[in-house]
Design a binder for this molecule. Structure first.
Ligand code: PXG
Length: 286
């Protein structure tokens, strides 16, 4: 089935959904995006995703031509047209087409694109057995250069690290910040468990503050699992009892090996499993 894509509120067949080669989104990665999921027809944490999208746009001085209620309605309209209930949703806003020069003021037609499709997850055995990751040599963008809090169309930093992971035979790679502290993975946030305490790097470690991350923190509080935001270094991950990643695409996935070292007993840990199940209940209960 060919899904319909919404561009500025108009629907196009997938193969006809096109934007200009003069769009600064293409020429310079000048734009913002969100990756979201729907479960049973309900978009998980849509208001939070829209807040982050509009904040990313604000941070790069991009005025999104429609407001949040209009955006929300268009997301649901696109899902319904495509008869999708459990879906992956990619919201993209580009700077629009301009001249061949950096000046964003020469772009006057930001493009609002909504793509809905099936989700492509890691294979189920990855969830049961846990995944292996490696630390990438590519450091996470320095927040004073390009804040990782902006979910921009320029994802080369993450792609370069992802390539290192793939080259090592892994699906994800850990990225450190310029101080050598643990930041996050290329498209997921990272948590560890040590002596019963759940720990994740703080937002000033240079991370995208994931919406799944925030949901998992809330679940931990509800389940009375001790939690702390704390600066982590690679050593902390090496000696952790458990480790897992969170993201809209991955949900909650255990990490059982990093840089060739087995984490804990090499199996998804108890707290990871409890939070993974609680997260599943949460997304299905909406
Ligand atoms: N860090 C980075 C760098 C990300 O890109 C996350 C953490 C997790 O955030 P959320 O809000 O999803 O919990 C992300 C999310 C894709 C795709 O198709 C990317 C993400 C999410 C969904 C899809 O590339 N990145």
């Amino acid at each position: 089935m060919s899904f319909q894509v919404s561009i500025n509120g108009q629907l196009f067949n997938k193969q006809d959904a096109k934007i200009s080669v003069y769009d600064h989104g293409l020429l310079y990665g000048d734009g913002v995006f969100e990756g979201m999921r729907s479960y049973g027809g309900q978009v998980f944490k849509l208001p939070e995703h829209l807040d982050r999208l509009y904040e990313s746009a604000q941070a790069i001085g991009l005025k999104i031509p429609i407001d949040k209620p209009e955006m929300s309605a268009e997301v649901y309209r696109t899902l319904e047209i495509n008869q999708l209930s459990d879906a992956y949703i990619r919201l993209v806003v580009t700077r629009g087409s301009g001249s061949l020069g950096l000046d964003p003021n020469r772009c006057s037609d930001p493009q609002v694109i909504i793509i809905t499709d099936h989700i492509s997850l890691y294979p189920p055995e990855r969830y049961q057995e846990g995944m292996e990751i490696v630390t990438a040599a590519t450091m996470r963008n320095h927040s004073a250069a390009l804040s990782p809090r902006i979910k921009s169309l320029n994802y080369l930093n993450n792609i370069l690290a992802k390539m290192e992971g793939l080259r090592a035979g892994c699906d994800e790679a850990l990225m450190l910040n310029h101080k050598g502290e643990v930041a996050e993975c290329t498209g997921d946030n990272i948590f560890i468990v040590k002596n019963g305490c759940l720990i994740t790097p703080p937002s000033d470690a240079g991370i995208l503050e994931g919406i799944t991350r925030n949901s998992v923190i809330e679940l931990a509080l509800q389940l009375e699992i001790p939690f702390a935001e704390k600066t982590l270094v690679r050593h902390d991950v090496y000696v952790a009892d458990e480790c897992f990643l969170t993201g809209s695409a991955a949900e909650v996935i255990s990490v059982t090996k990093i840089d060739g070292r087995t984490i804990g007993d090499g199996k998804p840990g108890n707290i990871t499993l409890r939070l993974g199940e609680a997260f599943k209940r949460l997304v299905n209960s909406q």
